[in-house]
Write a protein that binds this ligand. Sequence first.
Ligand SMILES: [Cu+2]
Length: 118
Amino acid sequence: MNYSLLGVLTLVLGQPVFAAEMPAMPMDKMPMKEMQMEQSGAAATAQASGTVKAIDSQKGSVTIAHGPVPAVKWPAMTMGFKATPEQLAQVQVGQQVMFEFKNEGMQATLLSIKPMQQ
Ligand SMILES: [Cu+2]
């Protein structure tokens, strides 16, 4: 009798603690929302594929004829991307490439580039 009564008491006393923890859960999602807002305010990054048209190691740029990039609302076009000497060394004119870039204003900068595997 005493034991079962203790068990009921534990259950009853245990529940408010559980309930108190519950409201904390939606709060956990708040930092994520803030992160998403920060991302949209910063430079947009996107992935695309295309064909290397020209490489200018002096200017540090590569011209790529790329397909549409919905992430930055771009149609297909041929344009220049800022690239590091290391990135330029990985590709050749005429090659199909996959690349990742950061778009700030009118300046697109490569984050990574690699030849497409066929
Ligand atoms: Cu473009």
